[in-house]
Design a protein around this ligand. Structure first.
Ligand SMILES: [Ca+2]
Ligand SMILES: [Ca+2]
Ligand SMILES: [Ca+2]
Length: 226
């Protein structure tokens, strides 16, 4: 009994390392080891990188960048090409339709009859004079199809039906086009030949340039003298 009373006093009243019971000593020893491990681990994390680690990091980074630029980036770029090609075809068709809706020639009679250079009708515009006529300074006042030959010799921006430039931003950003008109009434592919037959038709060719690396799209059509 006296031993039980003594141990009770010893455990409850004692303060200090030497008076901690054996079981608690084991716990304290474990805590001490754990704290030592934490300090060692902390020093390891805050001690920086070795030269070899830095070199290996650079090598891996260079390899990753090379892989991205040679394999992945070209694939990402090419993935937009089909979309640009489709838009280029749509633009080309739209521009062709817009031009083909005009009368055949500046000298075509109202209603298209009689055709120019036919019996009793004014002569068609000479091949060397195809293009906008007097006072036709922009596409809003073009009234015959060869007026669009003004766009043959340089890249031009895309405009909507209201004359707004839509090449600056949006889905047609960085698109441009050229439009050429020539006589080829005998349909042999040789343009602007001499002779009355050559005046029977004009060849319209539109080329739309989508953003690189997509390739340009060219579409041609004949428009008869009527
Ligand atoms: Ca005209
Ligand atoms: Ca004209
Ligand atoms: Ca020809």
């Amino acid at each position: 009994m006296w031993r039980a009373i003594f141990e009770n006093i010893y455990f409850q009243g004692a303060i200090g390392k030497d008076r901690i019971p054996p079981a608690n000593r084991e716990t304290q020893r474990f805590i001490g080891i754990n704290e030592t491990f934490k300090k060692t681990n902390h020093r390891r994390h805050t001690s920086g990188f070795t030269l070899i680690e830095v070199i290996v990091g650079f090598v891996i980074g260079a390899f990753a960048i090379g892989l991205f630029t040679t394999l992945i980036l070209p694939q990402l770029t090419r993935s937009t090409e089909p979309l640009f090609q489709v838009r280029a075809v749509e633009l080309a068709q739209s521009i062709l339709e817009q031009a083909a809706a005009r009368q055949y020639d500046e000298n075509t009679a109202v209603g298209g009859s009689p055709p120019c250079s036919s019996t009793g009708a004014p002569a068609c515009t000479a091949s060397g004079s195809l293009g906008p006529d007097t006072g036709e300074t922009n596409r809003s006042n073009f009234d015959d199809i060869d007026d669009y030959d003004a766009f043959c010799f340089a890249d031009n921006n895309i405009q909507d039906i209201f004359g707004n430039d839509i090449s600056a931003s949006g889905e047609f950003a960085r698109f441009s086009f050229r439009f050429c008109v020539n006589y080829d009434g005998n349909y042999n592919g040789t343009l602007d030949e001499a002779g009355i037959d050559e005046l029977r038709a004009k060849l319209l060719t539109v080329t739309v340039n989508p953003p690189r690396p997509a390739v340009p799209i060219s579409i041609s059509m004949y428009r008869g003298n009527y």
